[in-house]
Design a protein. Structure first.
Length: 208
């Protein structure tokens, strides 16, 4: 399975953007074909059973290319599906509780929205962090953008993998990279792209 240190582009399958769940497997295939290094399944309004079914289908696709599949929030899914990781937010389970719920050793990432939270997540034992939102994003409308200013500093303060996230797209990606980012996560930009494969390839080329 691909190591976190090798990952540059993190694609998030947010079910809020997908009107028909049967499209999830196809989206996962397109992300992998485009060079997405890490895939997350996010479905905050879905039941555990629905998420287990979807995660199982997607994992069959991601596993073939050694692409880690991360489950957002619900560590319980990792008990029933061999996903490679779980992602938690500031108001979700702790890193320790997520690992306990999963019942096995796996990647655990955490969302952070400031330098202090980034440092705390590393101290808590996170394997990676999401850092943002860098720009305004419809995915997290209640969060104030933190901007580009702290990207260089967070890479000095934190030694684990950092994925900048929030409103990042091809049009502004170079600004994010120039500010010090080495890895980014994309949600709506990828999911709403005319061609997910082409969009991902463009982003991976820029991040190379």
């Amino acid at each position: 399975m691909r190591a976190l240190r090798e990952c540059r582009l993190y694609g998030i399958i947010d079910l809020g953007y997908i009107p028909r769940l049967r499209h999830c497997s196809r989206i996962a295939e397109q992300m992998v074909s485009g060079g997405v290094d890490l895939v997350q399944l996010r479905g905050k309004e879905k039941s555990i059973d629905e998420l287990v079914d979807l995660a199982s289908e997607i994992h069959e696709i991601t596993a073939r290319s050694d692409t880690p599949l991360i489950m957002n929030d619900y560590a319980e899914v990792a008990v029933r599906v061999p996903v490679e990781g779980v992602h938690v937010g500031q108001d979700d389970d702790s890193i320790l509780v997520a690992r306990q719920k999963a019942g096995r050793d796996l990647i655990v990432g955490k969302s952070t929205h400031s330098l202090a939270q980034a440092r705390a997540a590393q101290g808590e034992g996170a394997d990676y962090i999401g850092f943002g939102p860098i720009f305004a994003t419809p995915t997290k409308p209640d969060y104030k953008p933190i901007g580009l200013g702290d990207i260089a500093q967070v890479h000095l303060d934190v030694s684990i993998a950092i994925f900048c996230i929030g409103g990042i797209n091809i049009a502004n990606l170079q600004h994010v990279i120039d500010s010090g980012a080495k890895r980014v996560a994309m949600v709506s930009a990828l999911l709403k792209a005319h061609s997910i494969v082409d969009y991902a390839r463009c982003a991976t080329d820029m991040l190379a």
